[in-house]
Write a protein that binds this ligand. Sequence first.
Ligand code: URA
Ligand code: CA
Length: 451
Amino acid sequence: MSAAGAAGFDPVSVIAAKRDGRELTGGQIDAAIAAYTSGRMAEEQMAALLMAVYLRGMTAAETVRWTAAMTDSGARLDFTDLRRAGRALPAVDKHSTGGVGDTVTVMLAPLVAACGAAVPQLSGRGLGHTGGTLDKLEAIPGWRAEVPADRMREILRESGAVVCAAGADLAPADRKMYALRDVTGTVESIPLIAASIMSKKIAEGAGALVLDVKVGRGAFMTDLPRARELAETMVELGARAGLPTTALLSGMDVPLGYAVGNAVEIAEAVEVLAGGGPADLAGLTVTLAVEMLAAAGITDVDPAAVLASGGAMDSYRAMIRAQGGDPDADLPRPRQRETVRAGGAGTVTDIDALGVGRAAWLLGAGRRVPGQQVDPVAGVVLGVRLGDAVVAGQELAVLHTGATGDDARERIAAASAELERALTVTPPGTAPGPGPTHLGVLDRIGAESAP
Ligand code: URA
Ligand code: CA
């Protein structure tokens, strides 16, 4: 921003313009984001502007400028010049908008690395019922989320994949604004979500990006039209910023895999890396790997074959070790376990991802407020999938918690009640209620046709 722009910036007129439905100028957007980041625009003024944006929306031009201003609020990494053995090593990034039981990153980063690309993946922590990849990986003894940028480059050259926390200097405007949106009812705005995600991804400095936009009860976007609009907005923002971006829309009405939590999801990811594990989780991982490899210009390697051969497991072990973790150490075990059983015979016709996510959260897998410690052992391990026939008394799920005493009893009681609502067993001869509709990969949005 020019000195004249800074001096002439009047937050109230910008708020009023958006309140009255006018399009903001690029200069107004740059000035507001710069002033807010540096503390010259008050929290209540940005809160009012965010609510005006939430209610009035933003044009494509405004969203592009808002995103650029947030990207420019901090440092930019650059991984487009990586080399290994004298050859260019293409860097490709992935982002999921967040779901329940979504351990995909833990398998996908090493899988894509094993196929010949580099994956610099800055990840987040969970808030509310959706888990965070860093919280899951921290269940591995010794593993550390903090990696300095120069060490990131070293790890990428050596093992090809790094999953770590974003530094404080990456898109600081978003860090501050996200916390404000969280407490002002302004999270669920498509331009604000798109700008928030894409400003960070553009600043991360990969050569290409693949988005997994989750749709359904356990996701941010519960319906397909809004999820598609979010995906299209982000793909466009990527293209405008010189970051080729494709998006898959994938269902989040039911959890991915059987495990929902931290250590339990790492155990499930390791099963997939060993060539087994739940088919939905392995399938989505391979589908996203195909997209990422195509984006990196690698079309002669079949990630399904690399996964089956154990090649991704070797990359996973190197990735964990590079960040101080011991891939052979036992994962922490729960202090208390409780089994939820079927009340009668029937067919499993619904597993509500939101309910299962909430149950895991109640057991201690997630946070009530930002910054809280999570319980690495807390979580839910489902014993059944959609469509399974069950008999009376059959195990439907096992709850895990690291809590003890009254705390454990209260957590288990609340989580059991939540799970009983989430799991529907329809007795024989009875018509099932409305079941899940958002399952598997629902659509793909990107410049080129599917690889
Ligand atoms: N994830 C983000 O990083 N930002 C949002 O606004 C929503 C989800
Ligand atoms: Ca899972």
